[in-house]
Design a protein around this ligand. Structure first.
Ligand code: NAD
Ligand code: TDX
Length: 332
């Protein structure tokens, strides 16, 4: 049992991980989260105060981070600005949170000799050809496309440098696209589900042929815990569950599962620099650490996610109008 400092623990994946770490693995958790527009205290509801301490604060706050890291056995770092479209509209917050924030955490774990796990994305590798069979591995060269993925790539490089230069005890994981409950309505799948629930037609960027490799957030959380508990220091592990789908078929599936005509969606302006395809080869994680995804069937996972949004309007509805107003301004 460890005392974990989880940054970004009020976000989509960080809150899922916090539940997982406390309820399945028996760790105690301190969450450090700034509660930006993307953070929601309600996502941690139901966890006992004996096991979870919540601190509202910023990962760029050196004094606060130093004190919390000093008290922890390990840091699991999820906090980030996470949405590509926002990074295209206003990149600066991404530099602050993703690059400076990771730097502040690295300096604190270095000072206190605390184990660090850095949560990152497959987007650091850029994109793959649409009709190819090549997938990302731990050896793929970095080639980020957007301000978001460039700042995540920068944060990964900082972690690697702190491992090599200062001997920081760190691991990195790069995961593919997550779905599941508690995801902000700005993201693709919840946006389309909540559009249908609000009587708005789903919005597909461009032709919708872009491919994403979907994994349930529960499987991502389990993988991060596996790397934290069993991963080799200094190593990177890719996380993915063989879930490649093109965006058009995902929208059609959502509409069908929600009892609508499969073509009841709109094509809208494409994302500038839109990555074509992501695909993860997770052989290293599976063979070396024995991790396997539990949510093998995307359609079942998506149906359960739709039910969750139908049943939790109070959680997502307050963010819906502002999110759609942002997209309307972008022509999306
Ligand atoms: P999210 O946007 O839902 O949550 C981010 C959380 O971080 C929020 O609670 C927010 O309040 C907090 N935060 C942001 N800036 C902060 C700061 N300066 N100080 C303290 N807290 C701050 O993001 P998510 O989708 O849960 O992603 C979590 C992590 O996983 C990110 O590092 C992201 O790059 C990575 N990741 C996400 C996906 C995905 O599909 N969503 C896939 C691979 C990797
Ligand atoms: O309304 C939409 N219509 C649409 O066609 C939205 C919001 C998105 N899209 C497309 C763009 C992408 O091809 O759907 C795909 C998924 O979009 P996002 O949910 O914005 O995810 P993506 O840009 O792929 O990045 C996600 O996965 C990697 C997360 O947001 C990142 O945090 C993570 O690192």
């Amino acid at each position: 049992m460890m005392h974990l400092l989880v940054t970004g623990g009020a976000g989509f994946i960080g809150s899922n991980f916090t539940h997982h770490a406390i309820l399945r693995s028996g760790h105690d958790v301190t969450v450090l989260d700034a509660l930006t527009y993307a953070g929601n205290r309600e996502s941690l509801a139901g966890l006992s105060e004996d096991r979870l301490r919540f601190v509202q604060g910023d990962i760029t706050d050196t004094a606060l981070v130093d004190e919390l890291v000093r008290q922890a056995d390990a840091v699991v770092h999820f906090a980030a600005e996470s949405h590509n479209d926002n990074s295209l509209a206003d990149p600066r917050p991404f530099l602050e949170a993703n690059v400076v924030g990771t730097f502040v955490l690295l300096e604190a774990v270095r000072r206190h000799d605390v184990r660090f796990h850095h949560v990152s994305t497959d987007e650091v590798y850029g994109d793959l050809e649409l009709d190819g069979h090549v997938r990302f591995t731990e050896e793929t060269a970095y080639n980020p496309s957007s301000p978001y993925s460039a700042t995540k790539a920068g944060s990964d490089m900082l972690v690697r440098a702190w491992i090599r230069s200062f001997g920081v005890q760190a691991t990195i994981s790069n995961c593919s696209n997550n779905y599941g409950p508690f995801q902000h309505v700005e993201k693709f799948i919840p946006r389309q589900i909540t559009n249908v629930l609000c009587g708005i037609r789903p919005k597909l960027y461009g032709a919708g042929t872009n491919v994403r490799d979907w994994i349930h957030a529960e499987d991502h959380s389990a993988a991060v815990l596996t790397v934290l508990e069993k991963g080799r220091i200094g190593e990177t592990y890719l996380i993915g569950a063989d879930g490649e789908r093109d965006n058009k078929s995902v929208v059609e599936l959502i509409l069908t599962l929600m009892g609508q005509a499969a073509d009841a969606y709109d094509h809208v302006l494409d994302r500038p620099g839109h990555d074509l395809r992501y695909a993860i080869d997770a052989t290293k994680l599976r063979t070396e650490l024995g991790w396997e995804p539990r949510f093998a069937d995307f359609e079942d996972g998506l149906a359960a996610t739709i039910d969750w949004y139908r049943d939790h309007r109070d959680w997502w509805y307050p963010a819906k109008a502002a999110t759609e107003a942002f997209y309307a301004k972008q022509g999306q």
